[in-house]
Design a protein around this ligand. Structure first.
Ligand SMILES: Cc1cc2nc3c(=O)[nH]c(=O)nc-3n(C[C@H](O)[C@H](O)[C@H](O)COP(=O)(O)O)c2cc1C
Length: 199
């Protein structure tokens, strides 16, 4: 059975991000794949220490972090998954701090020995997996996607874990209601995108 991992950096329970991920998760499950939805707000991950210990270890497998929190278990889930949904609202022009904290811990996917100017990404030459990127903003979606760093950051995190982006959904006008109902058009787009991970 194929496995899909959704990693969600939203703070707000039931917001646009949660709703969009949930629509996709249900659709992918109904198509017969196994899906796990990780809410980073409930997940025990510390900040990266920039110690670079994990980057000194050679090989295509992620390096071991010196911290013993939930990240190793999450890296194991990433390794076992065949596809990903990577999601974060836009806060001050970027992914949320919650998502960024997770993203910085993805440095375990880099081989970067002392003395080297730049990292080599361990998954650069491995078969590519698939990822769908989701974000939302108060600004119109098309502007948010171009003007903000969110899309680039989500795409970078996909690349680092060895996935190509096969679809993006950037939902705009998401800042007006306290309890925002997912617009029907967004729901339909999410369902269509889910087909790309229902393999
Ligand atoms: C701290 C904060 C910063 C935000 N910054 C931006 C921003 O820079 N641009 C924008 O268009 N919307 C911004 N928003 C609006 C959110 O992106 C929007 O409400 C989003 O839908 C929230 O996601 P959620 O519904 O999943 O909680 C911000 C909201 C908050 C609370």
């Amino acid at each position: 059975m194929n496995k899909v991992l959704a990693i969600n950096g939203a703070y707000r329970e039931g917001g646009v991000t949660d709703q969009t991920v949930s629509v996709m998760v249900e659709a992918i499950e109904s198509a017969g794949a196994e899906v796990e939805h990780i809410l980073l707000r409930d997940y025990p991950i510390e900040f990266c220490l920039n110690c670079r210990e994990c980057t000194q270890q050679k090989g295509s497998l992620p390096g071991q972090c010196v911290q013993h929190d939930g990240m190793q278990a999450l890296v194991d889930k990433i390794e076992q998954a065949d596809g990903y949904i990577l999601a974060s609202p836009t806060n001050f022009g970027s992914v949320t701090a919650l998502y960024k904290r997770f993203m910085e811990r993805l440095i375990v996917y880099a081989y970067w020995p002392w003395g080297a100017n730049a990292p080599q990404f361990r998954k650069a030459n491995t078969p590519r997996k698939k990822s769908i990127l989701l974000s939302s903003s108060a600004a119109p979606g098309v502007i948010g996607r171009i003007a903000y760093g969110t899309h680039k950051q989500l795409k970078m995190s996909a690349k680092v874990i060895g996935a190509d982006t096969v679809g993006t959904l950037f939902t705009g006008f998401s800042g007006t209601e306290r309890h925002q109902t997912l617009p029907e058009g967004v729901r339909k787009k999410a369902l269509k995108l889910a087909e790309k991970l229902s393999f």
